[in-house]
Ligand binder design. Sequence first.
Ligand SMILES: [Zn+2]
Length: 188
Amino acid sequence: MSKLIDLTDRKFGRLKALKRVENRGKRVYWLCECDCGTTKEIQGAHLKNGMISSCGCLNRELIIARNLKHGEGKDGHITREYRAWLHMKGRCTIPTDKAYSWYGGRGIGVYDQWKENFRSFLNDMGRCPKGYTLQRMNNDGDYEPSNCLWSPPEDQVKNKRFHNRHTGETGYFHNTPISGYEDILSAI
Ligand SMILES: [Zn+2]
């Protein structure tokens, strides 16, 4: 029998090998934990040669990012928390995001630990109740633990800062959604 390399605790992209599990045929498998919190059994050879570097979330993020750019994009397999995290990062850090001008463009940032680590975000925020969305209490403040909560969508809409690009007027809007913004709220 060939010598086995112990991969325990080694990191492969987003995946960390936790422990070896039962072989599938002659193939060696490892239970891995992904940065997004998912655990999955992955073939050791695929970890080592770099063929697999996430639980699948990396590909899903790329697909969502592409879809968002085109103003579509819903994926029922992604949790509310994960989706909220992706959108938060998108509107604060990706200039091509259609909501960027209201967030990153206004200097709204994301708490460093949250930016890089979904699990840190999830630990601080907890699970998102159904129908709720991520909201900041201070609308000019960053996305950070002390300024965020899950709230019903109608509260979130009320608190959005409204900026009229034509008049330069700034204020709060109530009832009328900003055009082009609905799909972002519903996709969160
Ligand atoms: Zn993952």
